[in-house]
Design a protein around this ligand. Sequence first.
Ligand code: GLA
Length: 392
Amino acid sequence: MPDVSGIRRLHRERFGQEPEVFMAPGRVNLIGEHTDYADGFVMPAAINFATLAAVSPAADRNATLFSRNFNESVSLSLDLIGEHGSHHWSDYPFGVLSVLQQERISVPGFHLTLDGDVPLGAGLSSSASIEVASMLAMLHVAGVELPLPKVALLCQRAENDYVGAPCGIMDQFVSCCGAADHALLLDCRSLGYRLAPIPKHLSLVICNTMVKHSHAGGEYGTRRAEVEEGTAILRRHRPEIRLLRDATVDDLKRWGHEMPPNVLKRCRHIITDSNRTVAAADALEAKDLATVGRLMAEAHASYRDDFEASCPEADIMVELANKLEGCVGARLTGGGFGGCTVNLVESNHAAQFAASISAAYEKATGIHPEIYQSRASAGAHKVGQDVVVSHR
Ligand code: GLA
C-alpha cells in the first residue's frame, strides 16, 4: 500500500488543496483464467498492493493529472476528452472520464494525484486498480455514488474501448468488491459472487517471473478470437450456446472435430477451468486444501498445454514451487505469457519458500525474480483522514 499521508502532502504541495483519497487494490487470480469473457467463473483475491488517487475540485474545466510513479503531469480540457487513448499512462484516468461523460455523469474540473505500488505489467492488474481508484475519485468530485459492481463494469468499458485492451470483468470487479482474507468466486454472467475464506494459516506468495506481458492486442486478443471461433462452431449445433459458459465437455466431444485443433484446445481449457474454479471454491470453503492444490496444478497444466498461455519461466517457477515445503498449490496467474505465479503457502514456511524459490529460479533462468508476500485484502474504498491503512 503506498503512503497515504505522502500522497496527501504531494497533492497539497502541487495543487494547494486538501484532497480526498481513494484506494483500489490490484489482484491475484487463484484459479479460472480467460473464463471471464466466456461468462464463466473466476476466483481472484484483492491484494495489498494498490493505487491511491487523491482528488480535489479545480476552478477551471480541466482534468489535471499527476502521476508520482511516472513523475509527470498531464492536463486536458474536459471538452476535449476523446474516445480513444494514446498509449500513455493517462489513458486509464482519461478513459474512465470518457466513460463517465458517455454516462452523462457531469464531472467538473479536477486535480488528481496518482500513486501506486502494484508492479506494472506483471499480471497483477495495475491497470484495473488505476481505473477503479480514478473512477471513485471522479465520482466524488461529481457528487455521484454508484454501486461498486457498476463501477467495475464502467472501468472495464474504459479499458475495452478507450485503452483498447479486450479484457473481461474479473480485474475491475475484484478490485471493487474484494474482501480481506477471502477469495471471491465470481459468476461472470450474473455478477453474483460469494466470498471463500482463505485459511488463516496460509499466505499468498506471488512470484514475479519478470517476463513482461501486455494485453493491448497481442496474444490475449488472439486467444480470445480463437475462443469465439470455437463458440460459433458449437452454436451452429446448439443455438442456445451464447458463450462457452453454456457449453460442456460433451459438446466438445461431439463437435470438436469441426474445429481447428488449437481452437478445440482453447475451448477445452475454458470449459474445464470454469468447472475447476467452482470446485476449488467448494474445496476452499470445506478447508480441503489437498483438493485446492490438485485443482491449481490441473489448472496450470491446462493453461500451459491447452491454452498455451504459459512461458518456460512460469513453468519453471511452478515446478520449483511444487517441490518446496509448505506449498499447497501453485500456478501461473493472470492473462498469461509472463507475469506472476500465485502460490498458496503455509505461513510458517512462507519466508523460507520465498528465499528458496528466488535462489532456485535465478539459478535455473539467470533472472532475478521479485517475490511478494501478500494477503487477500479489502476492495476499493475512500481512505479516512487519519486512518493508518494497513492491508499488509
Ligand atoms: C486479464 C484480463 C482479465 C482476464 C485475465 C485472464 O487479467 O484483464 O479480464 O481475462 O486476463 O483470466
